[in-house]
Design a protein around this ligand. Structure first.
Ligand SMILES: Nc1ncnc2c1ncn2[C@@H]1O[C@H](COP(=O)(O)OP(=O)(O)OP(=O)(O)O)[C@@H](O)[C@H]1O
Ligand SMILES: [Mg+2]
Length: 211
């Protein structure tokens, strides 16, 4: 069907599809530019004092419509004391979005995605669990490499991505003096664990920080 032949209702469906495709394309271009910047060592950071739970709630609010379309629920736990970080809020959000977007994509309809924040040994720890198929053992050593995706039969019917999200997240977290790992003991889905130095801890290591 061509635009000029479409009835108004059909035109709005076509427009929505075109917009989704344009967004997907923009995200791909942005991801490829980030990968290039990482390869060149030019990823810029804009460090600020921020509260972790604020970053997480903004990320979850942005992803809520996608989660709702699969009737998923976010279960969030956090300590009473705020966790303050000296970090780049946009880059940290980007890293967390990638993990939660994967969790949404691989979750069964009606599932729960658990996001747990805690302080442990001067580190902020963020755990993101889903109830999807998990990561097959034979794929785990490739999980954070660029363009790697598990074969289709891992999660039939799940839309394929580009295989850049976890590579980018890991690079960002390393730049932020943090880390990400898959919890290989977790058997009920996938569990990713992000660790970041807290503001107080960084203050004591000031000279080691990048600006
Ligand atoms: N929560 C998860 N549950 C099951 N498999 C996952 C999960 N997260 C990642 N994976 C597997 O790891 C692969 C790599 O993830 P990654 O986020 O790097 O790429 P992607 O989601 O395929 O594409 P992109 O993030 O670039 O859109 C995914 O294709 C999927 O096979
Ligand atoms: Mg992804």
């Amino acid at each position: 069907m061509r635009w000029h032949q479409a009835k108004p209702q059909q035109a709005s469906v076509l427009l929505a599809i075109a917009m989704r495709n344009a967004e997907r394309m923009k995200r791909l271009v942005d991801d490829l530019m980030d990968v290039h910047a990482m390869d060149e060592g030019h990823l810029t950071l804009d460090l600020k004092s921020v509260e972790l739970s604020e970053i997480v709630s903004t990320v979850l609010a942005d992803l809520e419509p996608t989660a709702r379309s699969k009737q998923l629920r976010f279960a969030v736990t956090q300590p009473q004391e705020p966790i303050r970080l000296n970090t780049d809020p946009n880059r940290l959000s980007q890293a967390i979005v990638n993990i939660v977007a994967n969790a949404i994509r691989f979750s069964p309809i009606g599932g729960i995605i658990t996001i747990n924040m805690e302080l442990s040994a001067n580190q902020a720890v963020i755990r993101i669990d889903d109830q999807g198929p998990g990561i097959p053992e034979e794929f785990r050593d490739k999980l954070f490499t660029r363009f790697s995706r598990v074969a289709d039969d891992h999660a039939p019917g799940t839309p394929q991505g580009t295989g850049l999200g976890l590579f980018i997240s890991q690079n960002i977290l390393h730049e932020l003096s943090g880390s990400i790992q898959l919890d290989s003991q977790y058997k009920s889905g996938a569990r990713f664990i992000i660790r970041l130095p807290t503001e107080q801890h960084q203050a004591g290591r000031g000279s080691e920080r990048r600006g």
